[in-house]
Design a protein around this ligand. Structure first.
Ligand code: ATP
Ligand code: MG
Length: 658
């Protein structure tokens, strides 16, 4: 960015916590003060929420930045913390997972059972020759065995690498090879959109190019025919026959817990490495603080897939380390009908719901009648993650899912940060729709300009983190240089300026007049229009604030007069008329609406009404492809797209949308 990001959107609505929640909140405003007084003592205190076999000698070793070591000398077992200690405390009969398959089959798994299954899987893996430090790839649908497999690896000190079940054989091959995984855990398939969807053939193809793989463990889920090789073993014939006794040994706080490849929205995937003590401390604390989890009474549901970091930290490690009862759902939100999510909330009396803006905007598009048809009164707290949430989507979520009264925590974090970094605290923060608000206690986040100087309130720039945090990535697997270059060489010591190391997140952000933080999308997506840096997020939010728009994506296309010009793609809401003159009128109206909301500089040159937007498999808008369309180029790499036919629909509409 050549100058600060323009600060265009002005949002003044603000919602205090419900008094009942504030009065009983797990974490109060005092946490900020405590962390300010002594940040490391604060993180020591949070680590004590876990069971350690050996205490640490030092909270943080930052003597070789940017390589951090947290809880130096401490030892613990992650699976023990997620399972055994709850069972030992007499809570073995508590439900850990209410699992709902897409076809409607259910499983109810208590902590005692999850513990038993994990012990069996740990024994089976050990039998297959897996030892501490080995890598295990996990390529599964959303079945309970995914959590069991991860916990079993953690239990024996094997480093797991979960690969999202929607990825291709190539993507799987690259990830298995990069980590030299010894075992792959997969399934015959899973259910998606009402049909069995095979996984095993993809694994067979990948494994044929991966000599490191010695064994493949296969969960039977769909019962469909699969090819079989000498490396393959059925899960039910090995794990489920293995001994149920397993003694967990403790590992060093810096023992590698998992590798997770970032989704590749912007570049070649990076194998993000997380370790044991610091990761679990922050995943566990943020679950307790941000979701105000009361394990005795809450029923929590995170709709992410375990293949993403959200599934790691807020389906497996965060909830289970806190002894939560949660829902896990295998399938898609519109199978067999568009009310499936709300039906699940109603059925299990879900109290805390954590989902993504893409889903909220999809629900907006489908219309509020759908959630209105279900009993959602059990809900008490809502969360959002994955992309900036547009203020109107936030309002819709609060209104139509949250009865107009529930707090929403918009949580900013990344695969790299391991756990939530910037978010409201539900019992403390007076939240503004669309803002992630402030860094959590113990996190030193900031927004800086080109020179790395903090921007004043009202200014925009780059989101950074100034001091190491417990769940930070430790490196990129096998590539320390890329780690230093990607995250630590933009500002501060890594860039040859000052003594302090500054983490560059790659996201644009602004501080409003009260100093609250607004995420403005990826730095790579920022548009430069007539010398002004304009955020895609703000223009998209302005479009979504129009009553006829459910979802929008905005890109900067090369323009002879303005450098870049704003081209917008908008999905109309429910029954909006979009043909002929009605469509042309709507487009003219939308352009004016953006100009009125943000100022004339942000008026799109062109708006296209489209039925769908290109999204990554984790549901994020892929603006790179829309830029190709807007600049009349042939499309770049579409392999990480959720549905590649979407691009044909959009390209076909180009030229009619002026
Ligand atoms: P890649 O790094 O490979 O391009 P990715 O960034 O999509 O993939 P993740 O680590 O899952 O992979 O996503 C983190 C990013 O998602 C953040 O950097 C940010 O751009 C966005 N994000 C996540 N949560 C929020 C939020 N609450 N508000 C705004 N943006 C968010
Ligand atoms: Mg990223």
């Amino acid at each position: 960015m050549s100058e600060a990001l323009a600060n265009l959107l002005n949002e003044t609505r603000q919602f205090p916590p419900p008094p009942g929640l504030a009065a009983n909140a797990n974490v109060t405003g005092e946490a900020y003060a405590a962390a300010d007084v002594d940040r490391l003592a604060f993180w020591e205190q949070q680590a004590r929420r876990l069971a350690w076999a050996t205490q640490w000698d030092r909270v943080l070793d930052w003597s070789e930045p940017p390589f951090a070591r947290w809880y130096v000398g401490g030892q613990l077992n992650v699976a023990y913390n997620c399972l055994d200690r709850h069972v030992e405390a007499g809570r073995g009969e508590r439900v850990a997972i209410h699992w709902e398959g897409e076809p409607g089959d259910v499983r109810t798994i208590t902590y005692a059972e999850l513990h038993r299954l994990t012990c069996q899987a740990a024994n089976a893996l050990t039998d297959l020759g897996v030892t501490a430090g080995d890598r295990v790839a996990i390529y599964l649908p959303m079945v309970p065995e995914a959590a069991v497999a991860m916990l079993a690896c953690a239990r024996i000190g094997a480093t797991h690498s979960v690969v999202f079940g929607g990825f291709s054989a190539d993507a799987l091959t690259n990830r298995i090879q990069d980590a030299a995984a010894k075992v792959v855990i997969t399934a015959d398939g899973g259910y998606r959109r009402g049909r069995p969807s095979a996984l095993k053939p993809t694994v067979d193809e990948a494994v044929s190019n991966c000599p490191s793989v010695e064994h493949v463990l296969v969960v039977r889920r769909t019962g469909e025919e699969v090819a079989w090789s000498g490396k393959d073993r059925w899960w039910h014939e090995t794990v489920e026959r293995a001994p149920v006794e397993h003694q967990a040994v403790a590992f060093d706080a810096e023992h590698p817990l998992f590798i997770l490849y970032t989704s590749g929205t912007t570049a070649r995937p990076k194998g993000i490495l997380h370790t044991t003590g610091g990761y679990l401390t922050q995943a566990s604390y943020t679950m307790h603080a941000v979701f105000d989890l009361k394990p005795d009474t809450d029923v929590y549901w995170c709709t992410a897939d375990v293949g993403w970091v959200t599934g790691h930290s807020y389906i497996v490690y965060g909830p289970l380390s806190n002894g939560a009862t949660q829902v896990m759902y295998e399938g898609t939100p519109d199978t067999p009908h568009r009310g499936r999510f709300w039906e699940i909330v109603d059925k299990y009396r879900v109290t805390i719901l954590y989902t993504a803006p893409t889903l909220i905007r999809t629900m907006m598009k489908w219309g509020e009648d759908i959630p209105a048809g279900f009993e959602l009164s059990s809900l008490r707290l809502l969360g959002s993650v994955g992309e900036p949430i547009n203020p109107e989507a936030w309002m819709w979520y609060r209104q139509h899912v949250g009865r107009g009264e529930l707090p929403i925590v918009d949580t900013w974090w990344q695969t790299e940060t391991g756990a939530i970094m910037i978010s409201p605290l539900p019992g403390v923060t007076h939240a503004k729709p669309g803002s992630a608000m402030t860094p959590l206690p113990g996190i030193n986040g900031d927004v800086v300009d080109d020179q790395g100087q903090p921007v004043p309130n009202g200014g925009g720039g780059y989101l950074v983190v100034r001091e190491p945090w417990p769940s930070m990535l430790r490196t990129i697997w096998g590539d320390d240089n890329r780690f230093v270059e990607t995250y630590w060489s933009r500002f501060g010591a890594g860039a040859g300026a000052g003594d302090d190391w500054v983490y560059f997140a790659g996201d644009g952000a602004k501080k409003d007049d009260d100093g609250h933080i607004w995420l403005l999308g990826r730095v790579d997506d920022v548009m430069l229009v007539s010398g002004h840096n304009i955020s895609t997020t703000e223009v998209e939010s302005a479009l979504v604030s129009h009553p006829s728009v459910a979802e929008a994506a905005v890109v900067g296309a090369t323009d002879p007069t303005t450098g870049q010009a704003i081209v917008a793609f908008a999905i109309p809401r429910g029954s909006t008329e979009t043909g002929g003159t009605a469509g042309a009128r709507l487009i003219a109206d939308l352009r004016d609406h953006v100009a009125r909301t943000l100022g004339p500089i942000a008026k799109p040159r062109q708006i296209l009404l489209v039925p769908e937007l290109p999204k990554t498999r984790s549901g994020k808008i892929m603006r790179r492809l829309l830029r190709d369309v807007a600049e009349n180029r042939s499309l770049g790499d579409v392999t990480t797209l959720q549905d590649s036919s979407v691009m044909d629909l959009i390209s076909a509409g180009m030229g009619t949308g002026k």
